[in-house]
Design a protein around this ligand. Structure first.
Ligand SMILES: *[C@@H]1O[C@H](CO)[C@@H](O)[C@H](O)[C@H]1NC(C)=O
Ligand SMILES: *[C@@H]1O[C@H](CO)[C@@H](O)[C@H](O)[C@H]1NC(C)=O
Ligand SMILES: *[C@@H]1O[C@H](CO)[C@@H](O)[C@H](O)[C@H]1NC(C)=O
Ligand SMILES: *[C@@H]1O[C@H](CO)[C@@H](O)[C@H](O)[C@H]1NC(C)=O
Ligand SMILES: *[C@@H]1O[C@H](CO)[C@@H](O)[C@H](O)[C@H]1NC(C)=O
Ligand SMILES: *[C@@H]1O[C@H](CO)[C@@H](O)[C@H](O)[C@H]1NC(C)=O
Length: 875
């Protein structure tokens, strides 16, 4: 028996099969065994039958039904049971029976001749009994895919004949017993997907006959034993997703029979040893998600049988060795997010079997070698977020199987090569944020599989050619842009998804010309104006979603609108129509929504408004100057002589005292935040209400503003009931003590979150978008309209801290209205995108409206976060 296993060096399954054919074929039955059981066969048989029947009786109803053949005294023809020539049970094979029960009621000592026990893929629970150590002749023990818990009994370490031990996919905890080192005959050891912890006992290296070792998905700590080199017969080593630390031992170079090595998702550090090049039989090398550093050794080029090389998410800081060109059997090369510098070697063109090439999010510079055109089997080419320059090679047109071409955020120049038309299987084309120029090739229309195109932030001129009209499905990524009117030319377009793009401006009338459009999703944008009347032509439209925009006016009278529910219209500015949840439209002359006449009307209105504002401004300045002088004389003395206190929603004076009491006279232990010239305290009032009290250091350097205007303004603020404006309960103003009382919000201020890197990254793009979209992590604007009362140089609040951020109009009219709302929303959006307060930008924009179009929005984005796009979001 032993000699057979020594031969089983490579294909384990094959060897196992080989083994059983020999063991269980009657021809080969050993005569010595017949002899040994000739003494008391009846006893053996009966005790075996009894043991099995007892076990059956302990199982649940259904399981017992499944074992209905288990009756009588001779188990040899029962389902799942095999006997040897002496009629003693030699195997119990009950895999995939759906049996439910425990193992402790099985008397293991009743089966002295059991060689194989496979009860995998059932519902056995409870602990593995110590008596399992009585299976003294067991060679094959498979309890995998059950619900067994507890720790692994040490007694298994006594089953020294074991050839296969599979306990994977259970709920086992505890450590691997040291005594397991005795299992030197093991060829297969699988303990993966359990809850085992502790370090692997050093004795494990004694299992010198191992073919397969799988310890993955446990909580093991510690490091790989440095003398792992004794496992010279190993051809599969999976030790991923544990907490393995330390470095990869040099002795790994001895495992020359290894063809599958997976040490991914651990905490391994240090370099990849150059002796890895000895493992020439490797077909799969997974080292991703570790902390491996330095260069990948050039000896990697020796692994000529390699098919999958996954090195991503490490700290590998050296360049790609040019020897990579030797790996001609490679189908997948995933080497992203590892700090990779240097260039893509020309030799990459040798990897003619490559299907997936992902070198994104590195520091690669230089050009895309033209040899890339040799990789004709590529389906995925990700080179985004690098420093690659030069132009997109013309040879890209050879990659006729390509599905996704993602090259964004590089320094690519020149035109999009016309050869791209060859890529008829391409579904995603992301080239944005480069310096590509020229026009979009007309031939792009030949790319019949194209779903998503994103070309923004380039120097591409011209428009989307009408040839693109072959497109059926298009998801455009146009973050922050307006809807291109050319989209209406996409005569074949059936599905158009522009949702969640922060699109601004109006819906172009031409969109109504996309007559075959069936699905249109414009939701979660910032679109304004009315729905063009041209939509009435879109009779194919069956699904539309325009929710979460700023749209107004009546709904077009087409079936897709008539039959819709409020869900697809909600959160707009003023849509009306015959849908429950919407207000009915007031009867207007139908032509008043004609876009042309509306435009003229708007212009006239704006002009009038402009003149009016100018007049008001002049008058206002004169008035304020005059009043300011007079009031200062009248009220300075008044202010200094008395406490000025106002409170609405409170009971006046008592609350003032309560506040002082609740904060123990503004004791620092209630301090929850500090701004430029204000401190925020949390106060719990006697009635349980928790409020935020914002105390200013001093108000206007002792200056009190026009009190009447001030109080009426505060009153207006307290009356605002908008769910995204922090409710102001009241305030107190005194030359020495000035504070505002707000509704208390748990999250703290956005400003604070964005100023803190860790929290800011946690507040990733998705949640950032949600703040903007008003969905999940809702933003609340405080200090709404308050900034104007304070000195321009004194920032008071997270959102409206400098006067440049206040809607200029507000400063003159002292009126809180919807426009402030819109303006503040804009500021909020910018703050989220930039990761800081956009004060400077806004100042720039408002001070010279016409000259700042070349502000790159990329520079504005929060540099701490990666780009918010699908390929990344999917990881
Ligand atoms: C089988 O299960 C049912 C209910 O689940 C129970 O009433 C019955 O007594 C069980 N029979 C046996 C033999 O355990
Ligand atoms: C079964 O194993 C236990 C130890 O686990 C031992 O004490 C006992 O004697 C064994 N029984 C037989 C019948 O071998
Ligand atoms: C493991 O290998 C070392 C040499 O590398 C040797 O000294 C030792 O005896 C080996 N252990 C076994 C169990 O073979
Ligand atoms: C493994 O590779 C190293 C060099 O990388 C070499 O010196 C050593 O002899 C190799 N060992 C085996 C067993 O091939
Ligand atoms: C397009 O693909 C064909 C192979 O299908 C190739 O022969 C041709 O050169 C390619 N054209 C361009 C412009 O790359
Ligand atoms: C439109 O897109 C949004 C965001 O992607 C999604 O939540 C919504 O379900 C879509 N609407 C329809 C009708 O599919």
């Amino acid at each position: 028996m032993v000699f057979m296993f020594e031969q089983a060096t490579t294909q384990v399954l094959l060897s196992a099969l080989f083994f059983f054919v020999i063991i269980y074929s009657p021809r080969e039955a050993s005569s010595s065994r017949i002899a040994s059981f000739a003494f008391a066969p009846g006893v053996e048989e009966n005790s075996e039958a009894n043991a099995l029947l007892k076990w059956k009786a302990s199982l649940d109803n259904q399981s017992q039904a499944l074992l209905s053949s288990w009756t009588g005294t001779s188990p040899c023809n029962w389902v799942g049971i095999t006997c040897d020539v002496s009629n003693s049970v030699s195997s119990i094979i009950l895999q995939h029976f759906g049996l439910r029960g425990m193992l402790y009621s099985l008397s293991f000592s009743s089966f002295p001749n059991l060689h194989k026990m496979d009860i995998s893929n059932n519902l056995f629970s409870g602990t593995i009994p110590h008596q399992i150590g009585n299976l003294s002749n067991i060679l094959y023990l498979d309890l995998s895919n059950n619900l067994c818990g507890g720790s692994i009994p040490e007694e298994i370490g006594c089953l020294v004949g074991l050839n296969l031990l599979n306990l994977s996919n259970n709920k086992l905890s505890g450590t691997i017993p040291f005594i397991f080192g005795n299992l030197t005959q093991l060829t297969i050891l699988r303990l993966c997907t359990n809850r085992l912890f502790g370090s692997i006992p050093s004795s494990i290296v004694n299992m010198i006959n191992l073919n397969e070792l799988d310890l993955s998905k446990n909580k093991f700590s510690g490091s790989i034993p440095s003398n792992m080199g004794n496992w010279t017969k190993l051809n599969m080593l999976r030790w991923h997703t544990t907490r393995l630390s330390g470095s990869i031992p040099f002795s790994i170079g001895n495992l020359i029979n290894l063809n599958d090595l997976d040490l991914s998702r651990n905490n391994l550090s240090g370099p990849i040893p150059s002796c890895i090049g000895n493992l020439t039989k490797l077909t799969r090398l997974y080292l991703f998600k570790n902390r491996l550093s330095r260069s990948v050794p050039s000896s990697i080029g020796n692994l000529i049988n390699l098919s999958e090389l996954f090195l991503y998410k490490n700290k590998l800081s050296g360049p790609i060795p040019s020897t990579i060109g030797n790996l001609t059997k490679l189908t997948m090369l995933h080497w992203y997010k590892t700090r990779l510098p240097g260039s893509i070697p020309f030799s990459i063109g040798n990897l003619i079997n490559l299907k997936e090439l992902d070198l994104s999010e590195n520091k690669l510079s230089d050009v895309i070698p033209s040899s890339i055109g040799n990789l004709t089997r590529l389906t995925i080419l990700y080179l985004f977020t690098n420093r690659i320059s030069g132009s997109i090679p013309f040879s890209i047109g050879n990659l006729i199987d390509l599905n996704e071409l993602i090259l964004y955020e590089n320094n690519l120049v020149g035109p999009i090569p016309s050869s791209i038309e060859n890529l008829t299987k391409l579904t995603i084309l992301y080239l944005f944020t480069n310096r590509l120029s020229g026009s979009i090739p007309f031939s792009i229309g030949n790319m019949i599989s194209l779903n998503e195109i994103a070309l923004y932030e380039n120097k591409i001129s011209g428009s989307i050619p009408s040839s693109i009209g072959n497109l059926i499905k298009l998801t455009l990524n146009l973050l922050g842009k307006s809807i291109p009117s050319e989209l209406g030319l996409l005569q074949s377009l059936q599905i158009l998804d522009l949702s969640c793009n922060l699109l601004t401006g109006i819906i172009p009338t031409t969109l109504g010309q996309a007559l075959r459009l069936e699905t249109l999703n414009l939701s979660h944008n910032n679109l304004s104006g009315v729905i063009p009347s041209s939509f009435c032509e879109m009779m194919s439209l069956t699904s539309i979603d325009i929710s979460y925009n700023q749209l107004e006016g009546p709904l077009p009278d087409i079936p897709s609108f008539r039959n819709a529910t409020i869900a697809i219209f909600r959160n707009n500015k003023g849509l009306c129509g015959n849908i429950s949840g919407l207000t009915a439209c007031q009867t207007v002359k139908s032509d008043s929504y004609d876009p042309k006449s509306r435009k003229i009307m708007l212009r006239v209105l704006l002009l009038t408004l402009g003149i009016l504002l100018l007049v008001l401004f002049v008058l206002g300045v004169a008035y304020v100057l005059r009043r300011g002088k007079r009031n200062k004389l009248n009220e300075d003395s008044e202010a200094q002589s008395q406490n000025v206190y106002f409170a609405w929603g409170f009971e006046g004076k008592r609350t003032y005292e309560n506040l002082i009491e609740a904060t123990e006279g503004f004791n620092n232990k209630y301090l929850i935040g500090e701004g430029g010239c204000a401190s925020i305290y949390k106060a719990r009032l006697p009635d349980g209400l928790v409020v935020a009290v914002k105390k200013f250091c001093s108000m206007l350097d002792g200056e009190i503003p026009n009190l009447k205007v001030f109080t009426s303004e505060i009153r207006a603020l307290t009356e605002i009931r908008h769910r995204n404006i922090v409710k102001l309960y009241g305030f107190c103003s005194h030359p020495r003590l000035t504070f505002l009382v707000y509704e208390f919000l748990e999250g703290g201020s956005l400003d604070k979150i964005l100023n803190n890197d860790t929290q800011s990254i946690a507040l990733d793009w998705h949640r950032g978008m949600n703040i903007v979209k008003d969905l999940e992590c809702e933003a609340h604007i405080s200090d709404f309209g308050m900034a104007k009362f304070l000195k321009p140089t004194h920032p008071i609040g997270p959102h409206l801290q400098a006067p440049s951020v206040i809607l200029p109009q507000l400063a003159y009219t002292m009126e809180v209205n919807e426009k402030c709302d819109v303006y503040s929303f804009g500021v909020l959006v910018l703050e989220i995108l930039m990761g800081k307060h956009p004060g400077d930008i806004i100042h720039l924009l408002t001070s010279s409206l016409s000259t700042n179009h070349n502000l790159a929005s990329k520079d504005l984005l929060d540099q701490r976060l990666s780009h918010p796009l699908n390929p990344i979001a999917g990881r």
